[in-house]
Design a protein around this ligand. Structure first.
Ligand code: GLU
Length: 393
């Protein structure tokens, strides 16, 4: 892990005592937390977490849970250890364990929450179900209706049908799924609870000087590089997927807090305003549903790269994207598709619905607006992305 110091996008002083907005909160519970690092679900841990969730639910907070643990529950039901399942490393076997375990997992939640008089709902989602706008709106409608009825939604990836081989069909990890759920319901906060205390200045496993970063104002390349060399768990549930999730959620206007779920009363303390772990500030305060869908990446078909002047102008004047500022185009997309707009440093600066296909943009990039018809023989207006169809991040 690389060292990070004197960096403008992180806040190291503990003065950031400002209360984190969290009225509508998505809580992600990871496998290592729910199993206490063992081979099976830890009832004491789960009951304590359920107790805390019930407490804030009672206080009027709007809570949704994204849970892992189906694979772990299935594995232990089948009488297998992690070691033994390593030889069945393929996805189908994971699907078998998840399908055995999902019912068990829900049964436990049902039982734990009924003690507090809370009704739970199971929401099994896959990425493929949400990529078309209709699917996205249906899932959103259901989750919002459940919130309205004060039913506690408990989401997991539908591992049984989410096949890895279908590219882009699955989230693959519950960090990214939880960011999508937070995006869907327009949460104030995504609380990622695991056995990691947050983001450190340097790898805490190797450097005693490592300090927890209390706040990250912007996730850019430098922050991402900080975790790509981490020696900790890099796979599903590692810091890399957490930062990916934080990127998606903060771009959608959702704050993200990553902290250690084993801290005593962690959920109730956060709801009461205590600052723990690492907080990632949302890029924009609130967005409309259509805007959140555009930045979700679910339907993104390609990208255009713009020069620094254009990136600045988009940010400052919130104008339309014109061909003259475009330096590159990537992907196969048609007019009407969602594309991402990247600045020259490789940071995404906007997303929107394009008026021109990738093939057309390759021809008109760098051209003045009045030159478009001359190059293409037709034009769909002077804007490549009209400002009404553009979300600047
Ligand atoms: N969906 C998996 C499970 O329920 C967990 C995936 C993850 O934790 O990222 O076991």
């Amino acid at each position: 892990m690389k060292q990070i110091q004197n960096y403008p996008h992180i806040v190291m002083n503990a003065k950031s005592t400002q209360k984190i907005p969290c009225h509508r909160i998505v809580i992600k519970l990871g496998t290592s937390l729910l199993t206490g690092g063992t081979d099976k679900l830890d009832m004491d841990v789960m009951s304590d977490l359920a107790h805390q969730v019930a407490e804030i639910h009672e206080q009027g907070f709007e809570v949704l849970i994204v849970t892992s643990g189906a694979v772990a529950a299935g594995r232990s039901k089948l009488g297998l250890t992690r070691e033994q399942t390593k030889k069945h490393n393929g996805i189908p076997f994971k699907q078998v364990m998840a399908s055995v375990g999902q019912g068990i997992l829900m049964h436990i939640y049902e039982e734990l929450f009924s003690r507090h008089g809370i009704t739970v709902a199971q929401a099994l989602l896959t990425r493929a179900d949400l990529t078309n706008r209709e699917g996205y709106l249906n899932a959103r409608g259901t989750l919002l209706a459940l919130l309205e009825m004060r039913v506690l939604s408990i989401a997991n990836e539908n591992d049984v049908v989410a096949v890895e081989e279908l590219h882009g069909a699955r989230f693959g990890d519950n960090d990214n799924l939880s960011a999508m759920v937070a995006n869907l319901v327009d949460a104030d906060l995504l609380l990622i609870l695991s056995d990691i205390a947050g983001l450190y200045t340097v790898d805490p496993h190797h450097d005693p000087e490592a300090r927890l970063i209390p706040e990250v104002k912007r996730i850019d390349r430098k922050i991402e590089e900080l975790v790509t060399g981490t020696t900790g768990n890099l796979g599903t549930g590692g810091m890399v997927t957490k930062i990916e999730a934080a990127k998606l959620a903060t771009a959608s206007g959702v704050g993200v807090l990553i902290t250690d779920g084993r801290l005593p009363d962690v959920i109730t303390r956060i709801a009461a305003g205590e600052r723990l772990g690492t907080y990632f500030t949302p890029k924009k305060s609130k967005m409309e549903s259509r805007e959140r869908w555009m930045v979700s990446g679910l339907s993104t078909k390609g990208k255009v790269v713009v020069d620094s002047g254009c990136a600045r102008a988009l940010k400052k004047s919130k104008g339309s994207l014109l061909a003259v500022g475009i330096v590159d185009v990537d992907g196969k997309f048609e007019r009407g598709d969602v594309v991402d707009v990247y600045g020259p440093e490789g940071n995404r600066c906007a997303s929107g619905l394009t008026n021109y296909s990738a093939a057309d943009i390759a021809k008109i990039k760098g051209a003045k607006s009045n030159g478009i018809a001359g190059v293409l023989g037709h034009d769909y207006g002077t804007e490549v992305i009209h400002r009404n169809n553009l979300v600047v991040l």
